[in-house]
Write a protein that binds this ligand. Structure first.
Ligand code: SF4
Length: 333
């Protein structure tokens, strides 16, 4: 694997930014996703580029349901340059330019198949799509976002083969460890399906990320912390934690308006306490990729915390972990 040197970057501004992030990561009391990606790719700074490969999902096309998961609204988190009808390499070019305009240049880029279920096609068709993304000269790897029930041995063997030569990870939408919650959301699979899918991928040497939502109807801090024990036992490489965002025009918005008592309401401080408690119960080899997600405010039915942004919440988490003298895994059962 080629190791990228910071001396190869001509811009002093970007060099200093990399040094700043590197020093900040060193001080953190948990494994950051940047640290994990540095190890996994050999690159000092990596930027993910979202790509829409034109898939749908079985919870929308009628195979399981046509309603979709109660919280889902793909357009809320799909960048403007993404379109399932456009060539993948062109989307990557535009994604790189999109991030560069915001000062986010990188030593390498990871194509992130984010929208819908990106393993929902025959294995040979998937192989062609993944190869197209990996053929882009600036792309150092691939992350495949999908549902845990749209994967099988043939697809996993093909992905494992790719992962022997390039950084290739699967990111499963797991959302909750509680089957009653998954049913209420209309997910169409249970937690056992997620566990099987994670284990099947990890056993082939594929890096696996898990996506979880905190604050789903019927769940609270105590039940989430009980479920964390199940997450800690999964062979995950990274984890995304998202506070529930209730998006306009979704079934979840209707449920929230009709039965608000089913939804826990945390202050930002209480939420950060919960995130710290979760991290303390996870093994240190699981990198913490996200603690919140952000969509443009006009999509949100439940705007709260006066628009606190993710950078502020990360700083609150760092401060809270230091106050508690806590580290990732120090409360692992
Ligand atoms: S969250 Fe994923 S699986 Fe659920 S409806 Fe949306 S795209 Fe489909």
């Amino acid at each position: 694997m080629q190791i990228f040197s910071i001396r190869q970057i001509s811009s002093p501004k970007i060099r200093w930014r990399i040094v700043f992030y590197y020093l900040r990561d060193m001080e953190r009391r948990f494994t950051t996703y940047a640290q994990y990606l540095r190890r996994a790719t050999g690159l000092e700074r990596v930027q993910k580029i979202s790509v829409d490969a034109g898939f749908t999902c079985p919870n929308r096309d009628g195979t399981i349901s046509t309603r979709g998961c109660a919280f889902c609204r793909n357009d809320a988190f799909t960048p403007r340059y993404c379109s399932g009808t456009r060539d993948i390499r062109r989307q990557i070019d535009e994604g790189i330019a999109f991030h560069a305009r915001r000062g986010r240049t990188a030593a390498g880029y990871i194509a992130y198949l984010q929208s819908y279920s990106n393993t929902y096609a025959p294995a040979d068709e998937l192989a062609r799509i993944y190869a197209r993304a990996l053929s882009h000269p600036s792309v150092a790897g691939l992350i495949i976002g999908t549902r845990p029930d749209t994967i099988d041995d043939e697809k996993l063997d093909m992905i494992a083969d790719l992962a022997r030569h390039r950084y290739v990870a699967i990111e499963y939408g797991i959302e909750s460890t509680c089957d009653a919650t998954l049913e209420a959301l209309g997910r169409g699979h249970d937690f056992a399906a997620s566990r099987r899918a994670v284990e099947a991928a990890a056993s082939r040497g594929i890096a696996v990320g898990g996506h979880f939502i905190l604050g789903l109807p019927g769940e609270d801090s105590a039940s989430i912390l009980r479920g964390t024990a199940d997450i800690a036992r999964m062979p995950l490489s990274s984890i995304k934690l998202h506070r529930l965002q209730i998006l306009r025009s979704t079934p979840l918005e209707a449920l929230w308006l009709a039965e608000p008592q089913r939804f826990v309401s945390w202050t930002a401080e209480q939420y950060i306490d919960l995130v710290a408690d979760i991290i303390r119960r996870l093994p240190a080899n699981i990198a913490i990729e996200r603690i919140i997600s952000e969509v443009p405010p006009h999509y949100l039915a439940n705007r709260c915390w006066h628009g606190l942004r993710s950078g502020t919440l990360w700083a609150m988490l760092d401060r809270r972990m230091r106050q508690l003298d806590a580290h990732q895994g120090d409360m692992l059962g």
